[in-house]
Design a protein around this ligand. Structure first.
Ligand code: MN
Length: 246
């Protein structure tokens, strides 16, 4: 069975019996999206032990960088702006180590929301630390409808992996207050919202490197109700299967 690594986030519980204790987590929706696509999810805990992270990734055929808190602007050479949200440097260090290991092993990488933003930063791009720093007015990117509902359209570029998977236009959900600013040189934008915001990218094909894709929305919340989002996961897992040495 194809194994997909899922990067963990950290949160401090407010639950009465465990108040103040730190937990490692991934949202259940990622686990069920991977299982539903026929692969086995493997959780990668947020730790500073590079050997442990590398040993977990060594066993995996693909990596999904999950959503979560903001990426530290120090990661792209900027200082924190007033509207920056919560940053957990340990999470940034984990994502850097998982990407290093995935690159070393040349396994495909799929970045979702924060995961997409992190990939851009990892490869030398930058972010707008908040939607209000974007030079144009935007549509609403933090929807106030339930997670399993879509809220805005995206248009997909024709010459892309994403186009072959989900077609030229689709509706997505949206919970991001940061945006891609300068795209990393090895990436190409593959979907935009009507305000010009980059909603998806993929790597410019390079046989010596991992193929990677990023989406700004949350397909894991839509996979059971929207066939094209289930297709996104199963097509990613096909990439992982194809990349696996025989
Ligand atoms: Mn959006």
């Amino acid at each position: 069975m194809i194994k997909i690594a899922l990067s963990c986030g950290l949160y401090v519980t407010k639950d009465a019996h465990w108040e103040g204790s730190q937990h490692q987590y991934v949202n259940d929706a990622y686990v069920s999206a991977v299982l539903n696509a026929g692969a086995a999810p493997v959780l990668v805990p947020a730790t500073d032990c590079r050997e442990a992270v590398s040993a977990v990734i060594e066993d995996c055929d693909g990596l999904i960088l999950t959503g979560g808190c903001d990426v530290s602007p120090l990661e792209y050479g900027q200082e924190p702006a007033p509207k920056l949200g919560t940053v957990i440097p340990r999470r940034d260090r984990l994502d850097r180590m998982t990407c290093d290991s995935a690159y070393e092993k040349k396994i495909p990488i799929f970045g979702i929301c924060r995961g997409m933003q992190f990939l851009n930063v990892y490869l030398g791009g930058t972010l707008y630390q908040d939607v209000h720093y974007y030079p144009h007015e935007t549509i609403q990117h933090s929807q106030r409808s339930p997670r399993g509902e879509t809220s805005h359209p995206v248009v997909v570029s024709e010459d892309s992996w994403l186009y072959r998977v989900i077609g030229e236009r689709t509706l997505v959900n949206s919970w991001h207050h940061q945006l891609i600013n300068r795209l990393a040189p090895t990436l190409k934008a593959t979907a935009h919202s009507s305000d010009g915001v980059i909603e998806a990218f993929e790597s410019i094909p390079d046989p010596s490197s991992s193929f990677l894709i990023g989406v700004q929305w949350h397909p894991e919340e839509l996979h059971s109700t929207h066939a094209e989002m289930a297709n996104l996961f199963s097509s990613f897992i096909d990439l992982c299967r194809d990349a696996k040495p025989l």
